[in-house]
Design a protein around this ligand. Structure first.
Ligand code: NAP
Length: 287
């Protein structure tokens, strides 16, 4: 049986994709840079390979005998170089199809650096000659887990979203769409825009988390500069903090963003709602 390789299996969408594919009798292999994490996967009966996008020899080993692959990279300025290297190595190894995680609005003229980097990778993948499916998600509901310290400490979450309503997507649905694109017919050459089923404001987000944890949570809107400083204080590099602040500025201008129907079309069910997410992650928010 030909192998499916899942990169980023220690991360948010890779782990969600792995979860969807497990237990279906498929030949799976996960990729991580960490020997320790690879050993932990092996202990659970999951075949794991240690590889780094910056090391071509390790990619050749990871891709040996692989038919299809899920491609993801943490948000980084290395995305174009590393993901293009993976695509080239996959082509060389005889891989038939890549399902690549991109971003909503990916395009060469986007004001967001992440969107421009993903556009560069998308173009490279389209020109590779391999079959592909591109996943372009909106912001993840799981990003809200970054607010745990202030939710637990102050019953508050801070950002520069204002009154913007955004169809945040649950990463579990991204994993489900990735799994479908890796194992079902009919997804080749497609680019799916992945959003949650409804646009929600951050006031509603705070309310849903508060309800799920049985404690009041307030959303506090902050000026753009303060939002940037907060993100950098939490460890985000400056370019990414700038991207996120710019994205929220744009969100405020648009007001309410329309959800996409692609999750429903691919999965035959709606994506998880804000309320589903808040309920399922209540333990993490409570601590
Ligand atoms: N968060 C959002 O709201 C959002 C929205 C739209 C699009 N996106 C896109 O989603 C992607 C991030 O997805 P995610 O949240 O699932 O990522 P993540 O949780 O940050 O995990 C990414 C994985 O990348 C792997 N990785 C990083 N550098 C590597 C390297 N040099 N070689 C091999 N593997 C490497 C890491 O694996 P190891 O550490 O185990 O090696 C990690 O598990 C980004 O491209 C971002 O632009 C995010």
């Amino acid at each position: 049986m030909k192998t499916i390789l899942i990169t980023g299996a220690t991360g948010t969408t890779g782990s969600a994709t792995l979860q969807q594919l497990q237990g279906k009798g498929l030949a799976l292999r996960v990729m991580t840079r960490s020997a320790e994490k690879a050993a932990a996967f092996e202990k659970q009966g999951i075949s794991a390979v240690v590889a780094d996008y910056s090391d071509p020899a390790s990619l050749a080993r990871a891709l040996d005998g692989v038919e299809r692959a899920f491609l993801v990279h943490s948000p980084s300025l290395e995305i174009p170089k590393h993901e293009k290297a993976f695509i080239d190595a996959a082509k060389k190894a005889g891989v038939k199809k890549i399902v690549a995680l991109s971003v909503i609005g990916a395009g060469p003229d986007s004001p967001l650096r992440l969107s421009r980097m993903h556009a560069e990778v998308e173009a490279h993948l389209k020109n590779s000659g391999m079959a592909y499916t591109i996943l372009r998600p909106h912001s993840f509901l799981q990003n809200l887990l970054g607010n745990i310290p202030t939710i637990q400490g102050q019953g508050a979450m801070y950002s520069n979203n204002g009154e913007a309503k955004i169809p945040l997507i649950d990463a579990r649905d991204i994993g489900a769409v990735a799994a479908a694109a890796l194992t079902e017919e009919g997804h080749d050459g497609k680019a799916y825009t992945l959003t949650g089923p409804a646009a929600v404001s951050f006031q509603e987000v705070a309310g849903a988390i508060g309800k799920a944890i049985g404690r009041e949570v307030h959303f506090v809107n902050v000026p753009d500069d303060a939002a940037k400083q907060g993100l950098m204080g939490a460890g985000f590099p400056e370019w990414l903090a700038d991207d996120l602040v710019t994205l929220n500025q744009w969100g405020r201008q648009v007001g309410e963003q329309q959800p996409s129907e692609d999750v429903q079309k691919v999965l035959g069910r709606p994506g998880h709602s804000l309320e589903d997410f808040a309920r399922d992650y209540a333990g993490a928010f409570k601590g």
